[in-house]
Design a protein around this ligand. Structure first.
Ligand SMILES: Nc1ncnc2c1ncn2[C@@H]1O[C@H](COP(=O)(O)OP(=O)(O)OP(=O)(O)O)[C@@H](O)[C@H]1O
Length: 405
């Protein structure tokens, strides 16, 4: 799929603001020195006001190599000597196998108008330009973050403050942050994105399954590990879980689908939490988004012992369901959301496990994606019995009546 095709086929706008577009591309694999002239040319093509600016007014640094993309920070010194900062995102090669760029762009435009994420400034052949968010990225649970604190003042403020943003850490499990994430997630779920409202998780899982189960590997070690996977077993698991979750009749919302700590940013001064990176956003089951977020408590080391306890989950649910009166949320609503979230949490393991197999073949990034498949799939198998049991017992309650038949 050529990204250029997407941009030329779509009229890109944010509210009433038309977004500039350029057919130019920049090669993701170039060094920062070699990529700079391409990025400068791109910015000049996109933004007329800079077309005659000397190249020396542009400075470029890498923000993140990301697992998926290359993200650059571009600063432009305009005549008034004030820097204009933005990010340039270059899509990683082959990411179209797991990301629907058209869907992403459609979502960004509407989410940005609703106040979520960075502003969309421009689109080009293989990426996009967005506003630079001046904030810190949250960290997964369990990472001691005191070393990340800019100074001791934050700590002292923490002792006296009841503001959620002045916290001892950027740990997303921190109760004040968890409450704010829950509140913002509810608002995110209320944004209307035009187009099909069909929940995507099973479409995506089955599409990933089809691709993941027919891969060919030349590399010895990858091939050996890949051939130990029983795709019949994986398929049976998908069908069994789909049948169970279908019975929950879970609400469908526009979901972020990848709410890990790296996609949450916090500006303490402005007391603002940002959700970023809508690459995987789609209409989906509400419980999938929440369960997927809880899985991310495990962090980059996949330490699933950090998965939130029932009390921690209830704290999150209270703020999700009613951020004004979290303590008034009825127990039955908490129980229902607990069942929904933890059933779809299992689906999140299957989704990312299969995603990883496709990445193992398609991604140029040197990461052991096959081991990641096993980590997610084994965790699925470990948790399955318990949460199937909880869901089945919940579904068998007579007071639920017709709804769950
Ligand atoms: N608009 C922005 N302004 C400032 N920093 C940003 C912005 N967007 C992303 N970042 C920073 O870059 C990091 C990576 O961004 P992002 O998750 O969007 O990239 P990615 O390539 O999709 O990464 P991954 O595939 O690992 O999720 C974020 O964790 C955040 O720290």
């Amino acid at each position: 799929m050529g990204a250029t095709k997407i941009w030329s086929a779509m009229e890109v706008s944010e509210g009433t603001r038309k977004i500039p577009s350029s057919p130019l591309t920049a090669d993701h694999s170039l060094s920062i020195t070699h990529i700079k002239p391409k990025i400068v040319a791109l910015c000049k093509d996109l933004f007329n006001q800079w077309s005659n600016l000397d190249d020396s007014r542009f400075s470029i640094e890498t923000v993140s190599g990301g697992i998926t993309n290359l993200l650059l920070k571009v600063s432009v010194r305009e005549d008034d000597a004030k820097d204009e900062n933005m990010t340039v995102r270059l899509y990683g090669p082959n990411t179209e196998y797991v990301i629907n760029r058209e869907r992403e762009l459609q979502a960004i435009q509407h989410l940005s108008v609703a106040g979520f994420g960075a502003k969309l400034l421009g689109v080009f052949g293989n990426g996009m330009v967005q506003s630079f968010i001046d904030a810190r990225t949250l960290t997964p649970s369990g990472i001691p973050t005191f070393s990340l604190l800019p100074n001791l003042v934050v700590l002292l403020l923490y002792a006296n403050s009841c503001h959620f943003l002045v916290t001892s850490s950027t740990d997303m499990k921190n109760p004040k942050l968890a409450a704010e994430i829950a509140k913002q997630l509810r608002k995110f779920h209320q944004v209307e994105i035009p187009g099909s409202k069909e929940p995507q998780v099973w479409n995506d899982v089955l599409k990933f399954f089809k691709n993941a189960s027919t891969l060919q590997f030349d590399n010895g070690e990858k091939k050996i590990k890949y051939e130990t996977i029983s795709f019949q077993e994986v398929h049976d698991e998908i069908i069994e879980l789909k049948e169970l979750t279908d019975r929950l009749n879970a609400p469908v919302v526009f979901a972020h689908n990848d709410l890990l700590s790296g996609n949450l940013m916090l500006n303490e001064d402005k007391e603002k939490l940002y959700f970023i990176d809508f690459e995987y956003g789609s209409y989906n089951y509400r419980g999938f988004d929440i369960g997927n977020h809880f899985n991310e408590y495990a962090g980059y080391d996949c330490d699933y012992s950090l998965y939130p306890s029932k009390d921690e989950q209830f704290h999150f649910f209270r703020h999700y369901l009613d951020s004004d009166q979290p303590n008034e949320v009825p127990g039955k609503d908490l129980e229902a959301l607990y069942v929904e979230t933890n059933s779809y949490m299992l689906a999140s393991h299957l989704y990312w496990a299969l995603w990883a197999l496709i990445q193992a073949k398609m991604s140029p990034i040197d990461f052991d994606y096959i081991s990641y498949f096993f980590m997610r799939y084994n965790e699925y198998k470990k948790q399955k019995e318990n949460y199937f049991c909880i869901a089945k017992s919940y579904l068998s309650k007579p007071e639920l009546g017709e709804r769950f038949i």
